[in-house]
Write a protein of this length. Structure first.
Length: 497
């Protein structure tokens, strides 16, 4: 179903609300996906998917809510969903569920966003996409035959329309695509893997890769690094001056900080006090900033919330001070923060929750760095820049952490544990490589340790964020690298699990 048809359907559902003395939100979604995976020169999987449906959320006058959904996106379904949602809302009111009337305060919004894709979904036939991905996969295997390679490509297009009984109607299209190479190498009886990606709005990423082979070069570089890691020694546990790449910085900003300022978790957050965001709290040095907001063409792009409000760009930390949180219309007031349109839903089946979009960690004190074509050349450039500006901590290791392999955070205590791909000591002119170590500590201590950045912003570190049983795309980054002082509450040590 096309965007105009979905809009007409949402209008027709709202017209069926009748004399209900409450509030209705209608969410319609149509989602298409193509994906494929190759391993060692052969297709393991090619899949196509399509999903669509309607979600109707009703609110009684008192603020109790009910949600009814259907995977049928067509005329005639809306009236039944409206009746079911109202019935559920009234039942929840009768049993004393928590009530919230903030949706009545939401401003009316009317907007229609054009599809930002250069090549709309289906413009390039699936068989042609398969040929292009096979060409890229085969070329990589030929360039680096020592690795066991898997290549995957995923292309998604989501059409959304959200309408409310106050006259709000917004519609938008979110296209995204990603090409990934994952390689496994062996050395001295050990195995190590490398995973790199190239993302964008649509199949243009394949055409660009066929022309410039940028991802291929990154893949071979990371495979060489992984092979060296296999033979590397383990670092002793300790507290070191660190340089972290933007992928790990995104993980730190997202997992260790972004979730801690989402408005529905203030009673469980180290950045909350008595359920309120601790605005005005100094959490980092002057010049450190954390920003969240949608970027057109980004993996996690979403211009409007699932409640029909514009998604705002929020400066969470400004000049080292906690300034704002990510507030959705239902929990922001209780958390002591403004509504910023942060409500996201995995699909029409789900209740929106406050979530991040693209979160980036930036510092005012930034040193220039020209990206190099190959990994170790860039590491040498990092060392030379740090020497030039007097930023190497003499007499001790200065450790560069590459890659982000996930981790976990306790939002109540602020404790985090992350994993990386490998480590390089840039204080040593020989640039010795070490095995991955656990990167752990307290989030506020880690933020306080940040003293500068290297290179311009890189915001394409992508992933999937899980919360409340829902998964949504996430992304972000920082400068190409962040500099961190040694801190007794931030450690490297232990073997990677």
């Amino acid at each position: 179903m096309e965007q105009k048809e979905i809009q007409a359907l949402v209008r027709s559902v709202l017209a069926e609300v009748g004399a209900f003395n409450g509030y209705i939100i209608v969410r319609a979604q149509s989602r298409r996906e193509w994906s494929m995976r190759l391993s060692n020169g052969k297709f393991e999987r090619v899949s196509t998917g399509w999903d669509s449906g309607l979600g109707v959320q009703a609110f009684t006058r008192g603020g109790a809510t009910g949600l009814a959904t259907s995977d049928v996106l067509e005329e005639g379904v809306g009236q039944k969903l409206v009746e079911k949602a109202i019935q559920l809302a009234r039942r929840n009111e009768a049993i004393g569920t928590k009530q919230n009337r903030q949706i009545w305060e939401a401003p009316q919004v009317q907007a229609e966003e054009a599809n930002p894709a250069q090549k709309v979904f289906g413009e390039i036939p699936l068989v042609e996409l398969e040929e292009k991905v096979m060409t890229l996969h085969s070329r990589l295997r030929g360039v680096f035959p020592e690795g066991v390679w898997q290549t995957s490509y995923r292309q998604v297009e989501e059409e959304w329309c959200i309408g409310r009984t106050d006259g709000t109607l917004v519609s938008f299209v979110v296209p995204r695509a990603v090409l990934m190479h994952q390689g496994t190498v062996r050395n001295q009886g050990k195995a190590q893997s490398a995973l790199i990606h190239r993302s964008g709005k649509d199949a243009t990423v394949l055409f660009e890769e066929l022309e410039d082979h940028m991802l291929e070069r990154k893949a071979t570089d990371r495979a060489e690094f992984a092979r060296a890691v296999c033979a590397a020694s383990q670092l002793p546990s300790g507290h070191y001056p660190l340089i972290i790449d933007y992928g790990l910085a995104k993980g730190l900003a997202h997992e260790a900080f972004g979730h801690a300022v989402e408005s529905d978790h203030m009673t469980e957050s180290v950045l909350g006090e008595e359920g309120k965001l601790r605005k005005g709290l100094r959490v980092a040095r002057p010049g450190v900033n954390i920003i969240d907001g949608p970027l057109v063409g980004d993996w996690a792009y979403q211009p409007y919330s699932a409640n029909g409000l514009p998604r705002q760009t929020v400066t969470i930390v400004r000049d080292g001070v906690l300034e704002a949180g990510l507030g959705d219309v239902f929990s922001a007031e209780e958390a002591g923060m403004p509504v910023s349109g942060a409500g996201r839903a995995e699909s029409y089946r789900h209740i929106p929750l406050p979530r991040m979009s693209n979160i980036r960690l930036l510092v005012d004190r930034m040193f220039p760095l020209t990206p190099a074509e190959h990994l170790m050349d860039e590491v040498k450039a990092v060392r030379e820049t740090l020497l030039q500006y007097g930023e190497l901590r003499e007499g001790e290791k200065n450790l560069l952490l590459l890659g982000y392999r996930g981790g976990q955070v306790n939002p109540k205590t602020g404790d985090f544990v992350f994993q990386c791909d490998g480590i390089i000591d840039v204080a040593d002119p020989d640039l010795p490589i070490y095995q991955p170590s656990i990167f752990s500590g307290k989030i506020l201590s880690a933020l306080e340790a940040i003293r500068g950045g290297l290179g311009e912003g890189c915001y394409d570190a992508i992933g999937t964020c899980g919360k409340g049983g829902q998964s949504v795309p996430s992304s972000g980054g920082s400068h190409r690298y962040l500099l961190m002082d040694a801190d007794q509450q931030v450690s490297l040590g232990g073997e990677r699990g």
